[in-house]
Design a protein around this ligand. Structure first.
Ligand SMILES: O=C(O)CCC(=O)C(=O)O
Ligand SMILES: [Fe+2]
Length: 341
């Protein structure tokens, strides 16, 4: 039966513990699951006590922003507008020498969202996340040894708890990311119970989306891509990945996905990371909805200072991966041919 993709209840909670999920090494079962479904969860890959300092950054930022949040009372940590506060942030895509903006708030639909970007280029944070030896080991088992050193994580992706009543219930917003990443990871920096806004993914969508691109890595979807995404949402039940602090969900970057809906009493703190092989790349982060080639063809300015401005491209400065310089090719017959799995 076709499902209504906008209902939060349309996701099932992913509770499977595959053999090997508590080890750094990838098991046969995990590799098969990743190839078939586009994701796996490594339980406790990172040290939850090391991640605590990252979560602290969110609470400190809330205080700096003047939010009247009481950590012991989840009913207080709702969207700023509920407290009569409207933090003034620059448009999300302003480049600002690559540092971008400090915070971004979204308050509609699924967007009970707060993205806190500031600490995500700092060494102490990267050492506990993208550069952590356990993380690097898993990434190398997927992609091989030649992985581009991480310069940043995307941000602290926070979802404030939202009461589950009436029309204020959030919705999923399925989409795919326009990046040339080869492997992504959602790091759970804090516990995220079922219905806690866990990262949500449509299993198997990575294959269909991969083969619906003109190019293997750069963002060039073929005609009918949007319709295909709608069809997947109408026919596949998404999985919501809940977990404990330290769990890591590795996922294929072509997967259809969404932030979950947080009706729990927890602040959701997920740190997304992007990985790719270490080959020559373009200097600038990827543009939203365009490859470099299609942007040039559309006569758009590629300059970072035009990002987010009228008619300018929107630069996704929070993404660590870049387009490869070597010409991109059509998707391969065997999509795992250049992987190490
Ligand atoms: O916050 C999430 O769980 C998903 C975030 C997302 O879709 C993205 O970073 O592109
Ligand atoms: Fe996304």
């Amino acid at each position: 039966m076709a499902k209504n993709p906008t209902e939060p209840s349309s996701a099932t909670v992913y509770a499977q513990e595959l053999p090997g999920c508590r080890e750094v090494g990838l098991s046969r079962g995990e590799i098969e699951h990743f190839k078939t479904n586009g994701f796996i969860v490594k339980k406790g890959l990172l040290d939850s006590s090391e991640l605590g300092r990252i979560v602290e950054c969110a609470w400190e930022a809330a205080e700096d922003l003047g939010f009247p949040f009481d950590r012991n009372d989840p009913s207080t940590y709702t969207l700023p507008k509920d407290h009569g506060l409207f933090p003034d942030t620059e448009p999300k895509h302003i480049y600002n020498d690559g540092a971008g903006i400090a915070n971004y708030f979204g308050g509609s639909n699924s967007g009970w969202t707060w993205r806190h970007y500031v600490p995500c280029t700092e060494d102490w944070l990267l050492e506990r996340t993208a550069r952590h030896p356990n993380m690097q080991s898993v990434v190398s088992q997927f992609l091989g040894d030649n992985v581009r050193p991480s310069k940043r994580c995307r941000g602290l992706y926070l979802l404030l708890p939202k009461p589950g009543d009436g029309d204020s219930v959030g919705k999923l917003s399925g989409h795919t990311d326009g990046t040339a990443s080869q492997l992504n990871c959602m790091i759970y920096a804090a516990d995220c119970p079922p219905s806690g806004g866990g990262f949500t993914l449509w299993p198997g969508s990575h294959r269909r989306c991969y083969y619906h691109m003109k190019t293997e890595y750069n963002w060039e979807p073929k005609v009918g891509y949007k319709e295909m995404l709608s069809e997947i949402q109408a026919s596949v039940t998404p999985v919501e990945i809940s977990g404990e602090a330290g769990d890591c969900c590795f996922w294929h970057p072509r997967s259809l996905h969404s932030a979950g809906v947080n009706t729990s009493s927890h602040l959701r703190v997920v740190v997304p990371c992007d990985f790719q092989k270490d080959k020559p790349t373009e200097p600038w982060p990827p543009y939203s909805g365009f490859s470099k080639r299609t942007a040039l063809g559309a006569g758009k300015s590629l300059l970072p200072e035009d990002s987010g401005k009228e008619d300018g491209l929107r630069m996704q400065w929070w993404i660590d991966t870049r387009e490869f310089v070597e010409p991109d090719s059509p998707p391969r017959e065997d999509m795992w041919e250049d992987w190490a799995i």
